[in-house]
Every structure is written in C-alpha cells, then in structure tokens.
Write a protein that binds this ligand. Structure first.
Ligand SMILES: [Zn+2]
Length: 101
C-alpha cells in the first residue's frame, strides 16, 4: 500500500489517512485543528512531532514518522495501537503546513 510513498507528506493523502483512522477520530482530529490545538515541536520530511490539545482537554504528545515500511505513529494516549484523534489532528495539520511549503 505504501510503497510509492517517499516522504511523510505522501503518507498524509486523505485517501490513505482515511484507511487508517476511524471516521469519528478523523472528525475529532479536524475539530482540534480548527481550534488551533496542534503545536508542532518538529516538522520535517520524515517526522512530525506535536503537542495536541483538544478544547478543554489534556495535552498529548504525538509522533508521525515516515519509514521504509510506511507510516508509523505513536501518541501518549494509546501508544502505537490506535491512530487516535490526536494523531489524526497531527496528520491534518501537517498536511496543511506541507501544502503551504
Ligand atoms: Zn492520542
């Protein structure tokens, strides 16, 4: 699935993100972005590290990383198991930034 991906930006295409995140977590992630809840610590071709704070919620640390095996992620809420709303918010916000570069 991810063999054509060459950078983190390639992993953030909506069609791919929708294949790894639930519709509700994607919706919640977009809301976090709209409320400016994503603060990037690092954003580069291979990694996005962010602090993600839902409105009135707890700040979580997220990391999205491009590897030769595709996109890897982790979040301080659930580890690497689930592509959570915090990871979704990071992906959405990173795509916006990459599209402006
Ligand atoms: Zn999370």
């Amino acid at each position: 699935m991810a063999k054509d991906f060459k950078s983190l930006k390639d992993c953030l295409l909506p069609a791919y993100i929708r294949s790894i995140v639930t519709a509700s977590n994607l919706r919640l992630g977009r809301e976090i972005v709209k409320e400016h809840g994503v603060e990037f610590v690092e954003l580069g071709p291979e990694v996005a590290i962010a602090e993600v704070t839902p409105l009135g919620g707890v700040t979580r640390d997220t990391e999205l990383r491009f590897t030769e095996n595709g996109l890897k992620w982790k979040c301080s809420c659930t580890g690497t198991r689930l592509f959570c709303k915090h990871c979704a918010a990071t992906a959405v916000a990173a795509k916006v930034k990459f599209d402006k570069m």
